[in-house]
Design a protein around this ligand. Structure first.
Ligand code: MF3
Ligand code: CO
Length: 259
């Protein structure tokens, strides 16, 4: 499978989609307070998506492991949940929770995908540090991404930084190329493996990648709940997730999922 490079015109369309994704995430960040349900956050995201005549990318996605298609427009992953938590009117946010919100749309044929982890009310120092380290791992990738660097060099720096902080990188889920479709080539792991080294890529101008480190406070083991979607840590400790869609430019990269 080939990596499709995007023209300046296509990147402009992805920048538009990315702006909407960022606006929705910052709106949800405003609303996410103790007592609010994740179902309510989902409804706000759906409404904002409809307002700009975009398509919510996650709603209806089928997974080989899950019988029901994903029901939400957003993923809401609380505390030990790593990714793909299902928003629900039954799930109320509590003081001290940390919640990953992941959201993606297609607008005028082009996709953008981003995620943030938020603290609900006052959170513990250790959860704050987990969130800060995860965000910084993404910032490392953004700072290094440029033409003629191999992805494995960036993945190595992210992994080293996270492990030196005493946390672990999730291995079962990785970032991805993005364009007309949410998931395109290449795979964008946040760690180095023999697999990555054997299919390593040089970044080039026009590549657009969704970079999304998922970092666990404890060990890197994951399991999926009976709902077929929610991925949790095996050891029950907390996890954080940040994601941006970035375009490789002449001399670096541009973050497309900004408001
Ligand atoms: N950001 C996630 C990803 O890139 C979101 C997928 S959620 C799903 O894979 F519901 F669409 F699967
Ligand atoms: Co993604």
């Amino acid at each position: 499978m080939a990596i499709t490079l995007k023209s300046p015109r296509e990147i402009e369309l992805m920048r538009k989609a990315g702006g909407v994704v960022a606006d929705v995430l910052s709106k949800l960040e405003e609303i996410a307070k103790p007592g609010v349900t994740t179902g309510r956050l989902n409804n706000v995201a759906l409404q904002m998506t409809a307002d700009v005549k975009a398509e919510a990318l996650f709603k209806g996605v089928c997974s080989p492991y899950a019988k029901p298609p994903f029901p939400g427009a957003i993923c809401t992953s609380i505390n030990e949940q790593i990714v793909h938590g299902i928003p629900s009117e039954q799930v109320k946010l509590k003081e001290g929770d940390i919640m990953g919100i992941d959201f993606g749309i297609r607008l005028n044929g082009y996709c953008a995908d981003a995620a943030v982890t938020l603290g609900i009310g006052e959170i513990s120092k250790s959860n704050r540090r987990l969130m800060d380290v995860t965000k910084h791992a993404l910032d490392i990738a953004i700072a290094k991404a440029s033409p003629a660097i191999r992805w494995s060099e960036i993945a190595l720096q992210m992994q080293r930084y996270v492990e030196a902080a005493g946390f672990s990188v999730v291995k079962e889920f990785v970032g991805h190329g993005i364009g007309r479709k949410m998931h395109e080539e290449p795979k964008v792991p946040n760690f180095v493996s023999d697999d990555l080294l054997s299919e390593d890529i040089y970044l080039t101008k026009g590549m657009v990648l969704a970079v999304e480190p998922m970092i666990n406070a404890g060990t890197d083991g994951t399991m999926t709940l009976k709902d077929g979607w929610t991925v949790v840590t095996k050891d029950g400790r907390c996890s954080a997730h940040f994601e941006h869609t970035i375009a490789i430019t002449e001399n670096g990269c541009e973050v497309l999922t900004v408001g």
